[in-house]
Write a protein that binds this ligand. Structure first.
Ligand SMILES: [Zn+2]
Length: 314
């Protein structure tokens, strides 16, 4: 029996020592990488300096190591903050995960292979991949980039939403040549068609425009990762509560419609369709109101309240 205890103790001690050694090793690597990064770019913040004449052959890899470490830390921090962001945000995150899991099962024929051309499945895989990317980027503090991908999910959501209402258009979309398809089914044409059909539209024209100008295209007012009341532009991987919430909500809305439309268009048995509808419904119920279209109004409201409080205090 003593031998068993000794073996168990040795195992635990070994695991602990191994963990500790691994952490120490990781910290040492990051420290080395940071030193190489600083030596290479020489940040001087206004003081006179010259760049070093010699550079390490692996400095690029080490710079990426530092950036990856920063991204990982932001992702862990976002995940730790989420449960404290009210009721909807953590539930929204939970439901996004469920929808992604169900869409993955559907699109990979894990429940049933319906045969045929698998075009619907491929569109869902594309949307799901973008959704996974958007979620990860949002957690890592790449909010603009997350929204760019959410916009892509929204485009597929709109297309599938239209096809679920007008099945004949899905057949037409499949058979058109590339040029005609782009003309007839451009994102703006799809939004117009959805407006005529009268179904709930995921990416409205105004939201699409806002997503495009804030997250996709550049203009003289471009201000990256600006999700704070002060409106300061930043690099990526800095946690911003509003940024995370906007990303979750924008992604959730797009993903809900992909989930609904997929269930409608699929040839799945009723139980599986019900599961998809339920996940989509739970997601939209837990989607918050703060989004790309109204975040500026929210900041203005907060600023007004702050000014009122300060005026009352004087
Ligand atoms: Zn299949």
């Amino acid at each position: 029996m003593n031998a068993i205890y000794a073996a168990f103790f040795a195992f635990v001690a070994g695991a602990f020592t191994g963990c500790a050694a691994s952490i120490v090793y990781r910290l040492a690597i990051v420290r080395l990488a940071k030193t190489a990064f600083i030596q290479y770019v020489r940040p001087v913040f206004g003081r006179p300096s010259t760049l070093p004449p010699v550079e390490r052959s692996d400095v690029g890899r080490l710079i990426h190591r530092v950036l990856k470490d920063q991204e990982d830390r932001c992702e862990r921090y976002s995940a730790a903050r989420l449960p404290r962001l009210g009721q909807k945000a953590p539930a929204c995150y939970e439901m996004i995960g469920r929808c992604i899991g169900l869409l993955d099962a559907f699109s990979s024929c894990a429940w049933k292979c319906s045969g045929g051309d698998h075009i619907l499945e491929r569109l869902v895989i594309r949307a799901n991949n973008s959704a996974r990317g958007a979620l990860r980027l949002g957690l890592m503090g790449f909010y603009d980039e997350s929204l760019t991908l959410a916009r892509s999910v929204g485009e597929i959501a709109n297309l599938l939403s239209l096809f679920s209402e007008r099945r004949e258009l899905f057949d037409r979309w499949k058979t058109l040549d590339e040029r005609t398809r782009r003309r007839e089914f451009s994102p703006v044409k799809v939004r117009e068609a959805l407006e005529q059909v009268g179904t709930p539209i995921r990416v409205s024209t105004s939201a699409y425009g806002e997503l495009s100008s804030r997250a996709v295209h550049v203009n003289p007012d471009t201000s990256p990762q600006t999700f704070d009341a002060q409106g300061r532009p930043k690099g990526a991987s800095y946690y911003q509560e509003a940024g995370l919430m906007v990303c979750l909500n924008e992604l959730a809305q797009a993903l809900t419609f992909v989930t609904y439309a997929s269930a409608q268009l699929s040839h799945l048995e009723t139980d599986y369709k019900r599961r998809l509808f339920k996940a989509g419904r739970d997601l939209i119920i837990n989607t918050g109101r703060i989004g790309i279209e109204n975040i500026q109004e929210r900041w203005a409201e907060l600023e007004k309240k702050r000014a009122e409080v300060e005026a009352a205090a004087q």
